[in-house]
Design a protein around this ligand. Sequence first.
Ligand SMILES: Nc1ncnc2c1ncn2[C@@H]1O[C@H](COP(=O)(O)OP(=O)(O)OP(=O)(O)O)[C@@H](O)[C@H]1O
Length: 310
Amino acid sequence: MIIKVNNLVKRYGDLVALDHLSLEVKEGEVFGLLGPNGSGKTTAINCILSLLKYDKGEIEIFGRPMAPDAYDIKRDIGIIMQNVAVFDELTVYENIDYFCGLYVPDKGERKKLVESAIDFVGLNDFRKFYPKKLSGGLLRRLNIACGIAHRPKLIILDEPTVAVDPQSRNKILEGIERLNREGATVVYTSHYMEEVEQICTRIMILDKGRMIADGTKEELKAMITLGEKITVETFSFSKENLADLKKLPNIVSAEYRDHLLVVKSGKGQNNLETVLDFLKKNGVTFGKIYSELPTLNDVFLEITGKQLRD
Ligand SMILES: Nc1ncnc2c1ncn2[C@@H]1O[C@H](COP(=O)(O)OP(=O)(O)OP(=O)(O)O)[C@@H](O)[C@H]1O
């Protein structure tokens, strides 16, 4: 096991930021911690890394107890936190070299690692730039290069794509997948469900410091009753139509607003057919019609009654 957290409790005064949180991250996983702002993701990461004291619980990394002075464990971890932490007076190259040098004293070996990290995040054209001259996205990439240059076994990234342009965002996500393919275990926190779905092999959903679900994206979606959301653009749908539609088999809910009929169906094969048949039989004319599978937001909504994003 790469990370094992057992019954972690963290309070800030009266606020319980982590409420008996337990989690395990296995070797080779890209483990996603997904939750809305304030759900406790950063607090969990800071406790796991012993950067923050906690009230209760046990944390092991690489099978050993984690502690603030566990330098042998920390050497094998790459940390990329939300706030970019680089030196303004050092260039891109010098920054990466500095952080890599904390773990790799040999200059020759370090040169290769720094070059490879620069290449990895695509900062070749910017190696002599000072951080102040970099855009937000490039700065994030520099932050990542500083965290991964020493080739850690475990890489922890806390919301690395917040306020990042789409090009840098894709580069970052592709990079994480590549690091994982090359052998690193990854922990990734985000409140963007699309990112977590794209790169994570297992996802834990947090709300108010508590785990509300844990599994692969397929397992999480299988936990809820919603199987399919069908949207129909129509200008003529009466209250009677809506009441009749709701009586059909496997319909979880139906709403008609602003010329859009939204039908939520349970799991099953023939939901779209059922809705189409109904529209035809009742002489309802319609424009676009499309069906969507549940998202992780639907999982969050069904379990907590709230949207993942405010
Ligand atoms: N130093 C602190 N003192 C008091 N309360 C705090 C402190 N840090 C965080 N909190 C509170 O603890 C809860 C969890 O915050 P945390 O930053 O861990 O959440 P998060 O999921 O990482 O959110 P975000 O995505 O906004 O960073 C929130 O209610 C937050 O307001």
